[in-house]
Every structure is written in structure tokens, then in C-alpha cells.
Write a protein that binds this ligand. Structure first.
Ligand SMILES: *Cc1c(COP(=O)(O)O)cnc(C)c1O
Length: 227
């Protein structure tokens, strides 16, 4: 399938999910996750009308950035080693995986202007997942006021790998409730209005539960470099 065909299927289900919960599709940013695919396939996504690309590794991001550059807005969605921050900081528009003080410190040091960051939260508590425990998020957000180049725009989570819809909804609702608490504090350094949640298998559910940024890889651009 072409990216264009995939995108039209996805746009229809986004529209439907929005209707189910009284939102509009303009509220949703679709990030095409290109970590599995070739530069050509990422270019095809741009031609299909995608404006946001997501990568989870420094190497993948820089390789694609070299060809595509500012034709896309770049999102860093994977766990980020502090020593690699300096290599990607000028390319990325948003970082979705802020999960520790040492990383905040390094972003703050290397960035020349405030960087919109999502704080990654491990809502499901699975050991294999990165992110702060929900109970630690408020304190972490407060700490971020010390870093003038960190702007906390929202929270991000990776849902558990399951088809259990209630379990997925439960995870997304918890993240949203935490987002509401932080947003309602009206902290200048942490407007915290956005929710980065939802991937290929659960983006429609995530949107019904409040997602503003969905990160879609396999169902949008595919999973193999030769597509
Ligand atoms: C790979 C990845 C995605 C996309 O996953 P799909 O299931 O292929 O849509 C989204 N978010 C993160 C953080 C990822 O690493």
C-alpha cells in the first residue's frame, strides 16, 4: 500500500474517533514514525501530506534529516542518551521522551532556545518500559522550572501491548488525568496541554481518550525498509 492509501484509511478513522468524542481532527497531530523504513518511504510520506516525522534513534534521525531537512518537523520519540542530545537538538522540534533529570540538564545546556518536551510516563508499570512512575511526575515537572530551555508541553506514554480495549483506555485515562492536574496549575514553564499517546494499534482509542499527538509507524509507512 502507498502511504497515501494508508493515510486516507487512518484519516477516516481519526475523523470517526473525533466524532465519537466531540473533537475535531484539527486537534490531532499525526506523527509518521519512520524508524523502520527507508528515506524514500519517508519522502513518500511527506508527499502524501505528512508534516511530522518521528524517529527513535539518533542515527535514523540524522540520516533522514540529511535528505528531508526542514520539509518535516522532527520528533524524537525514543529513549535518548544524554551524550547524544547535542547531535540532534538543532534538528528536533519536540522531544517525547524526557524521563530524567540528567537528560533535562543536558537538553537545557545544549539548546539555544526552549525545547517543547513531553514527559514520558510509565503508566502501565511494566518493567521493560521507560518513563517516570505516575507518582513521581508532579515533582519532576516542578523541578523543570530550573531549566529555562525546557518547556513541558505535555505527557507521553506507550500503552501496553494488548488488544484489551478497557486496559488501553484505562492507561490513557490515567495519563490524561495526570495531564489535567498539571495543566490546571498554570505553571509558566509547563503549560502541559498535550498528550502524546496512541500508535498503530490503538490510536483511535487514544484519540477518544484525549490524545493530541499520535505516533503511527507500521500502519502508516510500514515496517520494512524496502517498502
Ligand atoms: C515505534 C514507535 C511507535 C510506532 O509504533 P507502531 O506500532 O509501528 O505504530 C510509536 N511510538 C514510539 C515511542 C515508538 O518507538
Amino acid at each position: 500500500m502507498s502511504v497515501k492509501e494508508n493515510l486516507s484509511v487512518i484519516e477516516n478513522s481519526i475523523e470517526e474517533a473525533c466524532q465519537n468524542c466531540g473533537r475535531t481532527k484539527e486537534d490531532i497531530t499525526v506523527i509518521a514514525v519512520t524508524k523502520y523504513v527507508s528515506i524514500a518511504r519517508a519522502e513518500e510520506a511527506i508527499e502524501a501530506g505528512i508534516e511530522h516525522l518521528g524517529e527513535n534513534r539518533k542515527e535514523g534521525l540524522l540520516e533522514k534529516y540529511e535528505s528531508i531537512g526542514t520539509k518535516a518537523k522532527w520528533h524524537f520519540i525514543g529513549s535518548l542518551q544524554s551524550r547524544k542530545v547535542k547531535d540532534v537538538i538543532d534538528q528536533v522540534s519536540m522531544i517525547h521522551s524526557l524521563d530524567r533529570k540528567s537528560l533535562a540538564k543536558e537538553i537545557n545546556k545544549r539548546a539555544s532556545q526552549p525545547v517543547p518536551c513531553f514527559i514520558q510516563v510509565n503508566v502501565s508499570g511494566e518493567e521493560s518500559k521507560h518513563g517516570l512512575a505516575p507518582d513521581d511526575v508532579e515533582e519532576f515537572v516542578d523541578l523543570m522550572k530550573n531549566y529555562e530551555n525546557i518547556q513541558v508541553v505535555g505527557l507521553m506514554t506507550m500503552a501496553p501491548h494488548t488488544d484489551n480495549e478497557e486496559q488501553l483506555r484505562g492507561n490513557f485515562r490515567k495519563l490524561r488525568a495526570l495531564r489535567d492536574i498539571i495543566r490546571d496549575k498554570h505553571l509558566p514553564h509547563a503549560p502541559c496541554e498535550s498528550l502524546s499517546m496512541g500508535m498503530s494499534n490503538d490510536y483511535a482509542i487514544a484519540i477518544e481518550e484525549g490524545a493530541t499527538h499520535v505516533r503511527i509507524g507500521s500502519k502508516l509507512v510500514g515496517e520494512e525498509a524496502n517498502q
